[in-house]
Design a binder for this molecule. Structure first.
Ligand code: SAM
Length: 558
């Protein structure tokens, strides 16, 4: 029994940090379902007589290990004195012996602690910008000793895992919470690759529902056992939520429903693929090798849009520009974000429509060589307006000369949203608009009509590939970086097949009416069934897989 005064202190000490302290320390404590599962797995899968949590927080992992029995010797470490004190109170109340260290874990030498059989816990997720320089230097050096050269732009959790491995006995196990970056970011994959070099079996459990909502991190669980062996594959296991962990029986690190993925450092593991049903995965993989399915990189170059440094200052509606006497020759139509792309075709009339709703869609670009005296006055007035707002001192503006000339303007045939909510957007640029860096532009290589590319974009095949290749962040947003867009798959029927031309305007209208699913069905019927000859069943599989992945990321909104 813990005396009441102690219990109260424990409760008060458990979360004594402010929000910004929590962020600085990456102090997001783990759900008890996850704690119990990782400890249970760890104690079962290693011959465990000692366990360590290298960033123990309030000691919940160590307490669970003590409660489960088995781990006789416990070691806890945390950089925060409050955390160590909370752990001491929590364990001390049960009369448990534990070696508790208040230290930066990266400053702790493996030789200074007797090796343990299990390392369990949840490492701090501190982005590289906030990662303390001294600590980072030690972290990167430790990672190097594990055979991985990580750059300074590495979040703390990756070297933390690698450093932790150095505290393990041969045949020991590691059971940790990790961000999904382990399968997406380059440094994450390097870390995962190193774990495969040091463990005989590595499993990642992924969840349809994110369980660290306040940390805005897509998170999974890493289970690695048989330290001292090597493995070639990581096993991905999809689960719907952490409540599934209660009765999950992992057979020696593997699990039913999982599948093995070879980890290559060159390309990310397609983690979302874990959520495809086997039949869906078969169709998906078959289509990857289909001769009428192309990667976007083989059809076009993805080009970046412009950055103004102060969107409000540099954009105007035609109407407002007129009242400010800005010459019409200084105004250029633009697409500003996914929201600008309402149909399959982006037309002059869209720019006018958007502006009628007050959304400025013209970029101001003074034409110096045409200056009349009157224009110079207008220019000076506009520049004075900018100075009053502090625009010239803004980061992007102060690094260019003159500060008011926006560089990097491109016109491309196709525009694609960088970030999307439920539905990604793409359109044919029919009005020669420039576009901001909230959009990607596509410069097409060959004689493929841009309408066909955009139509293909709305097929279940391409939408599924975007869900698989892109990244979902907290908030349900799908973000597709240029390299990820390069890997998107597009249906490209033979040139002789022209049936698609008849549906361009119909699909454009459906999209404008917000009937996205109907537009998608139309495109599937024409491009996937008629064009590529897929069966209704296979198309259905692609659609259902896309729907499931979309719902998975939207679930993060909750
Ligand atoms: C994500 S929390 C995990 C706490 C606990 N293991 C849990 O899951 O509930 C991360 C912990 O790492 C600690 N921490 C941050 N940087 C650290 C470092 N360099 N060395 C040791 N602990 C650190 C924080 O104080 C925080 O308690």
């Amino acid at each position: 029994m813990i005396p009441l005064a102690r219990l109260l202190l424990t409760i008060i000490m458990a979360q004594p940090l402010t929000q910004s302290e929590r962020k600085a320390l990456g102090a997001y404590y783990t759900d008890e379902n996850v704690v119990r599962f990782l400890v249970r797995w760890g104690l079962r899968n290693a011959t465990v007589s000692s366990a360590m949590d290298p960033s123990c927080g309030d000691g919940r992992f160590l307490a669970a290990a003590a409660e489960a029995g088995g781990a006789g010797r416990l070691v806890g470490c945390d950089v925060s004195p409050q955390a160590v004190e909370s752990t001491r109170l929590r364990l001390g109340g049960d009369g448990l012996e534990a070696k508790l260290l208040q230290s930066d874990f990266f400053a702790l030498q493996p030789e200074s602690v007797a090796p343990v059989d299990l390392v369990v816990g949840n490492p701090p997720f501190i982005r590289y910008q906030r990662f303390d320089d001294g600590s980072r230097a030690k972290a990167l050096e430790s990672a190097l000793r594990m055979g991985v050269r990580l750059s300074k732009r590495t979040s703390s959790w990756a070297p933390f895992l690698l450093h932790a491995v150095r505290f393990l006995n041969p045949d020991g196990a590691l059971a940790m919470v990790v961000p999904a970056e382990i399968t997406q970011a380059r440094y994450g994959l390097r870390t995962l690759g190193a774990l495969l070099d040091h463990f005989g079996a590595v499993t990642l459990l992924a969840f349809e529902r994110n369980f660290f909502l306040d940390a805005q991190q897509d998170t999974c669980l890493l289970l690695a056992r048989e330290k001292g062996q090597q493995s070639r594959h990581v096993r991905l296991v999809p689960l719907s939520s952490i409540t599934d962990l209660a009765d999950l029986e992992l057979d020696g690190g593997g699990a039913d429903g999982g599948f093995d993925v070879a980890v290559k450092v060159e390309g990310p593991v397609r983690f979302a693929e874990a959520f495809l049903k086997p039949a869906e995965r078969r169709v998906w993989r078959r289509l990857k090798g289909h001769d009428q399915v192309r990667s976007l990189a083989s059809l076009a170059t993805v080009t970046n849009g412009y950055v103004t440094g102060d969107n409000e200052f540099f954009h105007r509606t035609r109407e407002v520009a007129e009242t400010e006497r800005l010459p019409p020759t200084w105004l250029f139509p633009v697409a500003r974000s996914s929201k600008s792309l309402r149909g399959l075709l982006f037309e002059k009339s869209d720019v006018a429509d958007l502006e009628s709703r007050g959304l400025a869609h013209h970029l101001i670009l003074p034409q110096e060589d045409l200056f009349l005296a009157a224009d110079r006055d207008v220019l000076n007035e506009w520049l004075a307006q900018g100075s009053r707002r502090g625009t010239p001192q803004r980061f992007k503006c102060r690094s260019r000369d003159p500060w008011w000339r926006v560089p990097g303007l491109q016109k491309t045939d196709v525009l694609i949203g960088y970030m999307s909510g439920a539905y990604p957007r793409a359109a044919v640029n029919r009005c020669g608009a420039y576009y901001t860096n909230s959009l990607h532009g596509l410069r097409l290589f060959q004689e493929v009509p841009p309408e066909l590319i955009v139509l293909g974009f709305y097929s279940s095949l391409t939408l599924l590939s975007l869900e698989i290749e892109g990244r979902s962040y907290g908030g349900g947003i799908l973000k597709v970086e240029p390299r990820e867009l390069d890997r998107a798959l597009l249906p490209l029927p033979e040139a002789a097949f022209t049936g698609w031309r008849q549906v361009v305007h119909e699909v454009d209208r459906l999209l404008r009416d917000g009937r996205f699913e109907d537009a998608n069905r139309q495109v599937d019927a024409v491009l996937l069934k008629e064009g590529l000859g897929l069966t209704e069943r296979d198309v259905q599989r692609l659609r259902e897989a896309r729907e499931r992945l979309m719902q998975r990321r939207l679930g993060r909104r909750l």
